[in-house]
Ligand binder design. Sequence first.
Ligand code: DON
Length: 625
Amino acid sequence: MTLSSSVTRRHPLLAALSLALVAALSACGGSNSGPVASPEPSEQYVPPEPPSGYTPKAITYAQKDMVSAANPLAVQAGVDILAKGGSALDAAIAVQMVLNLVEPQSSGIGGGAFLLHFDKGANSLLAYDGRETAPAAATPNLFIGANGSPLGFLAAVDGGLSVGTPGLLRMLEAAHKAHGKLPWKDLFEPAIKLSEDGFAISPRMSVSIAGSAARIKAQGEPAASYFLNADGTAKAAGTLLKNPELAATFRAIAAGGADAFYKGDIARDIVAKVTKHPTNPGRLSEADLANYTHKVREPVCGTYRVQYRVCGMPAPSSGGIAVLQTLGLLQNFDVAALKPNTLDSVHLVSEAYRLAYADRALYVADPDFVSVPQAGLVNADYLKERAKLIRMDQTIGTPTAGTPPGVSAARGQDNSLNLPSTSHLSIVDRNGNVVSMTTTIENGFGSLQMVRGFLLNNQLTDFSFTATDAAGKPIANSVQPGKRPRSSMAPTVVFNASTGDVEAVIGSPGGSAIIQYTAKSLIGMIDWGLNVQQAINLPNFGAQTNATTSLEKGSLIDTAAIRDGLRARGHTVAQTDTFTSGLHGVVYNGLRANGQAGLLSRNPGAGTYAGGADPRREGIAKGND
Ligand code: DON
């Protein structure tokens, strides 16, 4: 078994699917990395969160503040907190707890997150790292099976083995201490009430359950009864679902702080669930939970088109670095002249992705364990040199990583994958403070292990399954005790490079394609003059570490002319019907003190803030006037 095939996601019902359906699913969202893009029939996979349709959305304006997130109930909780005078960080906590309830497949207290916080008064941007860590008892061969080969992806995911120490609550508690205005306990009230009164299962949640129903059933209680009907089918959209256990968990955390989660009964139950799994036990201990610490890191920033300072999440996420690399490469081309939805722009941007993903595969991992040449990777001179590899008449095909300034060790090729679930929220409060947070339990429904009303993550499968590559070189993103798995999450804040004003807040779920979704939106707003909703709407496309370029199926770029044009330049073209980004963005749309409009304002006067929500998911943007 090769490593690449071993980490490919497969669906248990795949054998029953017709060949036609298999073909239709052959290039799934976030899937344009080597192992998945051009799979053998036996290696086709169904992404854990299937698409749930495309609902056109109108741009939203508001005067005082704005929340954009993946579910209307969660957004309302955030808007209400802001109306009560809460800060962006307060609102983020309320939104997150409701998301845990109403979008349980994507994020929650059993997982981790990265959060950028801009404190307008202090003029300070901080990157909060609430990423899961590998248990102290983890070893580099965690995902090597009894036969000496890496486990299959789902064999690793389902059960206790993949569960990392959750980081979300420790991080949120620390961020709240620094940036909160309302009492911590108040921020749990909307989620407690909804958990007790019940909420209507959304269409997307029901579709997600259906996509994982067989695996949920196989993993048993309590998740099976919570998500499935007695006959094993998914609970339908519209079903009223109550989660009194989660309400009790939230009450305990509201009263006792994050300690109520990391120590005591809840921690014991988490550890029991992980370590006593009947077939796939994990190594998490109560000491791992008690010892978890969040990190506050320096954001990674770069200048784009002179006027914009784009800031993102540094390592252990590859998200900020790869978005900045993409922009830094494109900076050497006149992207505006190429226009959106053209053969040339799809080709050029895909080539930039190829170079960025090649570096990502080699160099990015937890900087507390391996040296990451972060400054070198986003260095403008380095990217200018790398940009010379891009030709308009021919694809690079399979790219080779560069040698950025600061490389100190030979690195092996990392083949780890990460694919659809996760959630992104963007919030600006009335004082101009900002939260950009991407939050995840990794795969749809995480490890499928439910404890006290919430699901546990499978974040450890974001590590490379092997510690060395085929050439025997050490892989930066290998498993080590206490280490954070590399991520692609890319919460982003864009500033006016000369005044320091916030211009945009954006990010997305989507596994390794997060980088493409986020970069696309920034290019749309900055190079193509689109408003935030139009930029989010732009067709998704991209490439990673091989010649395959994936196009969002049925979109404006999925035309015979573009497909044939790409093929003529050497691309392998995949039409992808599961490029389900979940972009949620807010743009400053008002007039500055000097009477000038914000750089990205497209309709100044309509409202101080403009919000956009991805038509591919169920979110909305809303604020107070
Ligand atoms: O940290 C990461 O990059 C992944 N675990 C995120 C997973 C994800 O976005 C799935 N997507 N929709």
